[in-house]
Design a protein around this ligand. Structure first.
Ligand SMILES: C[S@@+](CC[C@H](N)C(=O)[O-])C[C@H]1O[C@@H](n2cnc3c(N)ncnc32)[C@H](O)[C@@H]1O
Length: 180
C-alpha cells in the first residue's frame, strides 16, 4: 500500500504518493503565469494536459471561476487530481479525462488557455531520475520535428497539436527541459 503524503502548493494541500510525481515547487510558476494570462483571455475552460496529481491546474481553478479539464493517462494520477480537487473545494468545476492526450479531446473543443506538463525525459535517460516514477517522466525517444531542435515523443505531440485546440487568442503554457 503506497503511503499518502501531502505537499503545500500555491496555498492548496496536494495529496500524492510514490506512484505519481511529487509536486515540484518551481511548477507553481506555470499556475501563476496562467492566472496572469487568463485576465486578458476569452471565457471558457482551461485545459491541463498531463495533470499528474493536478496541482498546477487546481491552483488556476481555485484562483478563477473557470472550469478545468484535466487529462492524464494514469488512473492513479487521475484519482489524485479528483481527490485534490475536492480538498481544494473546486471539484464541481473540474473534469478528469483518464485517457492518452492523443485521444482526450473532441475535434471541435477549444480552450483559451492550455497548460501542458508532459514527460520531459528521453527514454534513454530515465535512469538518471531514480526517485521519479518512470511513467511520469518517460517522454519516449527523441525525434526530429522537422524544423529546428529535436523533441521527445509526447512533448512533441503537445507542441504540435495543442494549438489546434486553443482559441484564436490562445495561450499555451508548456513545461519543457533542454536536452542535457
Ligand atoms: C511530468 S508528469 C507531470 C505531472 C504534473 N503536472 C506535475 O507537475 O507533477 C507527466 C504526466 O503525464 C502523464 N502522461 C504520460 N503520457 C501521457 C499521455 N500519452 N497522455 C496523457 N498523459 C500522459 C503521466 O501519467 C504523468 O502524470
Amino acid at each position: 500500500m503506497a503511503e499518502v503524503r501531502t505537499t503545500s502548493f500555491g496555498g492548496l494541500t496536494i495529496a500524492h504518493d510514490e506512484r505519481v510525481l511529487t509536486p515540484r515547487t518551481w511548477t507553481l510558476h506555470q499556475s501563476r503565469w496562467a492566472l496572469e494570462l487568463l485576465d486578458g483571455l476569452p471565457d471558457g475552460p482551461v485545459l491541463e494536459l498531463c495533470s499528474g496529481a493536478g496541482q498546477i491546474g487546481l491552483v488556476v481553478a481555485a484562483g478563477t471561476t473557470r472550469h478545468l479539464v484535466c487529462v492524464d493517462v494514469d488512473p492513479v494520477a487521475a484519482r489524485y487530481t479528483q481527490s485534490n480537487a475536492v480538498l481544494a473545494g473546486v471539484d464541481d468545476r473540474v473534469e478528469m479525462r483518464v485517457r492518452p492526450l492523443q485521444r482526450a479531446l473532441d475535434a471541435d473543443e477549444r480552450f483559451p488557455l492550455i497548460l501542458a506538463d508532459p514527460p520531459w525525459v528521453s527514454r534513454e535517460d530515465v535512469g538518471r531520475f531514480p526517485e521519479d516514477p518512470v511513467t511520469a517522466i518517460d517522454g519516449g525517444p527523441w525525434f526530429d520535428l522537422g524544423h529546428g531542435p529535436k523533441s521527445i515523443g509526447i512533448l512533441g505531440t503537445c507542441i504540435k497539436e495543442a494549438p489546434e485546440f486553443s482559441n484564436r487568442r490562445r495561450k499555451v503554457v508548456h513545461e519543457t527541459a533542454p536536452r542535457s
